[in-house]
Design a protein around this ligand. Structure first.
Ligand code: CU
Length: 481
């Protein structure tokens, strides 16, 4: 059994971390590695002064294992969580999901990576002749640094509506991350762990942009690699990319400048921190209530260029670079979904309440809709023209992106085919980003494992993974019956 402790380090800054006992070693900010078919067996201890949960993002889990916030762990409490790892190899992650407190806790450092491996994963590494240190799994997050110090989470009202942004990037909790790699292929499994910032990932050698290959998305490897120059990565999305470092001295990963399509103007609805009001010790802490001009921080807006991390290529005489296979997994195209029932949802903006799904603020005790066990559904999700980019996350089930319509120019330019899909839409996804005025069609298979934990009604969530939108009620519960 593993022990996963959620700690708060500094009472002023509130920097949090996961501490795991892995093979009798205490590891801070752990990256857990699991093989498909293995069982996870852990005790989660909450050493925070707030309620929390641990959501295993992207995994096929029953309600009791998903950590979605229906049943938080109280301060000082503990919970045993056991499940079988059923998903394909890829980068998954775990983070808190207590309703109303998620943004604060994730920003405080609570994001752990879960790398799943299987035969396809090992075959790819072998073909690339990957040096062990040339494989990195990184949680990329923007943090607010002023006078050399990390600033605590203190969003102003406008930031509670539009998102809390940082001015510097961290990878796995470290500022100015630089990794030494050997010549040859480098494989990077990258998570956008930012609260709200979208990234347009690219690699540079000096001033020259260096192409890379997309080999996987949220839910594992693509069928075949795609060569790209840049790729959008919004909060909670993952990409698995390989880049050839042979003949290069240094590669810098950056988020390129882009138009973030903020179409909701500067409207500032009255934020209301429902979660804090439910917990007396937190009710008087000011969040979302400070004066607009309280902080003098200069934070680059969403879409501004931001350096992410660097790869220093160490010189070696004989670098044996393998070849990139043209077949990565048996993943086929999304398949035939015509004739399946269509469920329609709309992402809205309300001048009073901020961003919502179907004009309805989240209610913990509400079930917005029910889905039949083992059903296959098409979800048609439309984002309002008065909106912003929303990375929408579905708990419990991976899905396929079938089609996009109304995508704005610079994103549309990255489409790979007539259905408007982007390269990242070609894999299994659990989080999909919708630009303002865009409609996406998803194919969702609600097949449930034959496992006693999945018996009976299972509740899941569908929500925006801009964490301020999520905490601001842009979330719905649904049930699988
Ligand atoms: Cu959103």
């Amino acid at each position: 059994m593993r022990r996963l402790v959620i700690e708060r380090i500094d009472p002023v800054l509130g920097r949090c971390r996961y501490v795991a006992d892995v093979d009798d070693r205490r590891v801070a900010q752990p990256t857990l590695v699991a093989r498909r078919g293995e069982r996870f067996d852990g005790v989660i201890e909450n050493a925070l002064p707030q309620p929390t949960t641990v959501h295993f993002h992207g995994l096929t889990l029953a309600e009791s294992q998903d950590g979605a916030g229906f049943d938080p762990i109280a301060p000082g409490g503990r919970r045993r969580v056991r499940f079988e790892v059923r998903n394909r190899s890829g980068l998954y992650w775990f983070h808190p999901h207590p309703h109303g407190l998620t943004g604060e806790q994730v920003y405080a450092g609570l994001a752990g990576l879960l790398v799943l491996v299987d035969e396809d994963d090992a075959t790819l590494d072998a073909a690339l002749a990957l040096a062990p240190r040339n494989r990195l799994a990184l949680a990329l997050a923007d943090v607010r640094v002023a006078q050399g110090l990390l600033r605590p989470y203190a969003p102003r009202p406008a930031e509670c509506v539009h998102g809390w942004l940082g001015n510097r990037a961290m990878a796995n909790g470290a500022l100015d991350p630089l990794y030494r790699v050997a010549p040859g292929w480098v494989r990077l499994q990258l998570l956008n762990a930012c609260n709200a910032r979208g990234l347009l990932l690219a690699f540079r050698e000096g001033d020259t942009q260096v192409p890379f290959h997309l080999v996987g998305t949220d839910g594992g490897l693509l069928g075949a690699p795609r060569e790209l120059e840049r790729v959008f990565l919004h909060p909670a999305e993952r990409v698995d990319v390989v880049i050839n470092a042979s003949g290069r001295a240094r590669l810098d990963a950056v988020s390129l400048e882009f138009d973030p399509r903020q179409r909701a103007g500067t409207a500032v609805p009255q934020p209301s921190h429902h979660a804090r009001k439910r917990y007396a010790p937190l009710a008087n802490e000011a969040v979302c209530e400070g004066p607009e001009a309280r902080q003098a921080d200069v934070v680059p807006p969403d879409g501004a260029e931001l350096p992410l991390f660097s790869l220093q290529v160490e010189e070696r005489r004989s670098a044996k670079a393998g070849g990139l296979p043209q077949r990565l997994s048996v993943l086929a195209d999304a398949g035939e979904w015509s004739g399946q029932p269509v469920r329609r949802m709309r992402l809205d903006f309300s001048e009073q309440q901020g961003f919502l799904i179907d004009h309805t603020p989240y209610r913990a005790d509400e079930i917005a809709f029910s889905v039949a066990r083992d059903a296959r559904e098409v979800w048609e999700i439309k984002n309002s023209p008065i909106s912003t980019a929303h990375p929408m996350h579905l708990h419990g089930f991976g899905f396929r992106v079938l089609r996009r319509q109304g995508t704005f120019g610079p994103a549309r330019a990255l489409a790979t085919e007539s259905a408007g899909r982007l390269a990242t839409d070609l894999g299994v996804k659990d989080t999909v980003t919708l630009w303002p005025n865009e409609t996406v069609w998803l194919g969702v298979d609600f097949a449930m494992p034959e496992d006693p934990a999945f018996r009976g009604r299972q509740r899941y969530m569908f929500h925006c993974h801009n964490l301020e939108h999520e905490d601001g009620m842009m979330m719905r519960n649904f049930a699988v019956l």
